[in-house]
Structures are given as C-alpha cells and as structure tokens.
Design a protein around this ligand. Structure first.
Ligand code: NDP
Length: 399
C-alpha cells in the first residue's frame, strides 16, 4: 500500500489521477497538486474515492520540499510541464522521494530540450540510493519500452528504428493541439533531426514526408521530427545504425501552423504590447482550446508504435509493435482524449512498478534501461494493449 503524489492537473494529470484511483490495492493514498488547486479539485470530483489536493508552484524548490515533506509520498509523478523537471528532481533528492516524469527538461527561453541536465543528477541520485525514471509516457515511454522488449526477445541486433506516431482523431476545431500547445508547437516548428551511422543529421522543419498505412486509421502523411527518446535510445540499443521519429499532421493543421508562424504568433522571444512584455506563443496558448477540454469532442483512434529492423539468429527481421487507442473509449473511462490517456497510463504503470519495488534501482534511468517484461505484461490490462506485426524484411513500409 503506497502513496502517490501527482504534480500537474492538466490533461495527463487527470488521466494519471483516474488510473491511480482505479488501483487502491497499490495506491491507498493519492495527492494531486498543481499551481491552481481548483483544477485538482475538479479532477478529484470525477473520482469515486476521495483523494487529497494541494496547491504548489513547481518552479519553486522550497515549496515543493514543503509539500513533499507534508505528504510523504512513496513515489512522485511529475506531469506538470518539462520546465519543472529540474526543480522537482531537486526537491525529490532533498526529500528522498522516488521520481518519475514523461518529458525531458526544456529550457523555458530556448526551443531546446535534452536530457543533459537531468542525466547530471545521476551521481547524486545514486549516492542517495534513490531512483528517478525519465520519460515514462507514450513517446517517450511506451515506444522506448517496445524497443527494449524487442531487443530482449525479438532481435540479437536492432539496426533501424522508426517510431511512428499517428493521431487519426478529429476534435472538430479548425486548429487545436492535443497536448500543451506551447510544447507541441515548439516541437513541430523546430528542425527535424535523426541519427544515422553515429551522427546526428538535421532537416528543415517538416521537410521529410512519408505515407504509412496505419491499422485502424488508414494511410496518413508522416513528417520527420526530432523527438527526445532518440537521444537515449541511441545510447541504449545494441547495433543501432539509424533511428528516426515520425508524426502525422493533417494538411489543415500544417496550413494553420504556417500562417501562425508567418505572422509571428509561434515566437518565444518577448514582445512589448501596450507597455507589457508578452511571449507570442504563450499568448497563443491562451487563445487555443485547452487540450484537457478536447475529450468529449474527439472521435477516432491513435496508433503509436515502432518499426524495428534487425537480425535474429543470423536472419533479417522486421516488426511493427504498436498500440491503437480510441479517443471516445478513453473519454468514457477517464474523461480525457487518447493523447492524454496514452501518456498517463504508462506513467501510472511506471509509478506502480516503482511503488511495488518491481522496477528498482539507484540513479537516473531512461525507461528502456529498466526490465520491459513486467511493463509489457501489465500495460494491456491497464488500458494500452499492444500487438506485434511481422513485416517482410525486404519491404520498405515507409515507401
Ligand atoms: P497541460 O498543460 O494540460 O497540463 C500541465 C499542468 O501542469 C497544468 O495543470 C498546469 O497548471 C500545471 N503547471 C504548469 N506549471 C506549473 C507550475 N509551475 N507549478 C505547478 N503546476 C504547474 O499539459 P499535459 O497534461 O498535456 O502534459 C503534461 C506533461 O506531459 C508535459 O510535460 C508534456 O510534455 C508531457 N507529455 C508527454 C507525452 C509523452 O508521450 N511522453 C505526450 C504528451 C504530453 P495550469 O492548469 O494552471 O496551467
């Protein structure tokens, strides 16, 4: 019986709270904290068991330490924003609390995200005998675990990895993002980057396009993006020669984005407006629909997974491992759409495995460094069943 402290009451925080609440045999106590406690109370009111709520500014280490000392959780799940990774990791260290997140540290004033500063906690977590699990959402998260499981069971060497993230959902708005708009737009407007033959290669934003026929969704345009799991998978997958990340975008989404970019609305440099400094992207976020409200409107499915291409027993092998998730089914279960659901469910399972001592370790871990088996065995029952489709090793499914 454990206590979980969840920080962040947005789309993902709502799912994690629902999912933890569904498992009182693991989480006998739950506290949900965010900078606006009303949002925590609104999520608490959706549940059929009582939880605690609190207000915290997660940019402030002292406030975090006070909250953690008052609540004494067995594990902390950070699903606020990537800007808070370092302050929350610091507070967990100071209080001896195991830490888990779903997104790597992003510098608030630079469109740059990387693991360097979180990996720099390695020695201090190790010396404290404490565990931090990084990137336990869907991508990063489930996709890394698919790779680790493939490496353990299906391949002797994995040479090529393509991570495919498709959202076939329709929310009916002309333009909205499915998760935090600031993070989403910063990710999409950045240069594409992939790793091949030991080197990082850059492409202009959205310059590489392919089409893939997704189970449950049909053919979709995919664009090459840089995504954070590439940084850790390059280090942790044996024999890797190339890894790329692809995401689907509709033409309508891209046209809106282009216009917003052209008029300067996606900028992150402050501009002066009527005597006040505003950051255009943060202002845009205020205007766009809150991702947490898309749930009731969104129809259709997501299909996210990995194509692994490598060698097993001297022969070439290629597989697609993926999950399909239905937006409306997620909404019926936890009042949230599939993008938040597919992030929140792996975060919940990671926290459960840590709380139960099934995932244990001293130091800072990316999820593919942990045993994938207990995760793959349980994640289907928790709501994200997976399948493995054998592909012709000589085919090029990305055309
Ligand atoms: P939202 O913006 O919906 O929610 C973020 C929450 O954090 C909000 O409740 C927000 O408060 C709160 N928050 C922001 N700043 C602070 C602060 N300083 N102190 C306390 N609380 C704060 O985002 P999502 O739920 O969509 O995403 C949550 C996390 O999940 C993000 O880090 C995102 O990058 C990550 N993610 C990971 C994915 C994966 O597959 N790995 C996929 C999708 C998301 P307020 O409501 O007041 O703004």
């Amino acid at each position: 019986m454990s206590k979980v402290l969840i920080i962040g009451a947005g789309g993902v925080g709502g799912v994690v709270t629902h999912k933890c609440a569904q498992h009182p045999e693991v989480f006998s106590e739950i506290c949900l904290a965010s900078r606006n406690e009303d949002k925590c109370r609104a999520i608490a009111a959706q549940l059929d068991r009582p939880i605690r709520t609190a207000r915290v500014d997660a940019d402030n280490v002292e406030e975090l330490v006070r909250l953690i000392e008052a609540e004494r959780p067995d594990v902390l799940v950070h699903v606020a924003l990537p800007y808070q990774d370092l302050t929350i990791m610091e507070a967990c260290l100071r209080t001896g609390t195991p830490y888990l997140d779903t997104a790597n540290y992003e510098h608030p004033d630079e469109a740059k995200f990387e693991y360097r500063e979180q990996w720099a906690f390695q020695d201090r977590y190790r010396e404290a005998g404490l565990m931090a699990t990084l990137g336990c959402g869907f991508d990063p998260g489930m996709t890394n675990i698919y790779c680790a499981w493939g490496q353990k069971h299906l391949f002797d060497e994995i040479h090529h990895i393509d991570i495919l993230d498709a959202n076939g959902g329709d929310h009916g708005y002309p333009f909205a993002t499915n998760f935090n708009p600031e993070i989403n737009i910063r990710e999409v407007t950045a240069n594409g980057r992939y790793w091949e033959d030991g080197q990082w290669k850059e492409t202009p934003p959205l310059a590489e396009k392919r089409v893939f026929d997704f189970d449950g969704i049909g053919p979709k345009d995919l664009y090459l993006l840089y995504h954070e799991e590439l940084e850790s998978l390059v280090q942790n997958i044996r024999g890797l020669k190339r890894i790329r990340f692809w995401m689907t975008f509709s033409q309508q989404y891209l046209t809106h984005l282009k216009v917003l970019e052209n008029v300067g609305m996606t900028g992150i440099e402050p501009v002066e407006y009527e005597g006040k400094e505003i950051i255009p992207l943060q202002f845009l976020r205020k205007l766009l629909p809150d991702p947490a409200t898309l749930g009731p409107r969104t129809q259709g499915k997501t299909n996210i997974g990995v194509i692994l291409d490598g060698i097993k027993d001297g022969r070439r092998r290629k597989v697609h491992i993926y999950n399909m998730c239905d937006h409306q089914a997620c909404y019926r279960e936890v009042q949230s759409q599939a993008v938040s659901y597919t992030t929140g469910v792996p975060a919940t399972l990671g926290a459960m495995l840590m709380a139960q001592g099934i995932w244990k370790g001293e130091g800072v871990f990316n999820v593919e460094q942990l045993d994938p088996d207990p995760f793959m065995e349980r994640i289907g029952d928790l709501g994200l069943p997976w399948q493995v489709k054998e592909l012709d090793p000589d085919s090029d499914p990305l055309g």
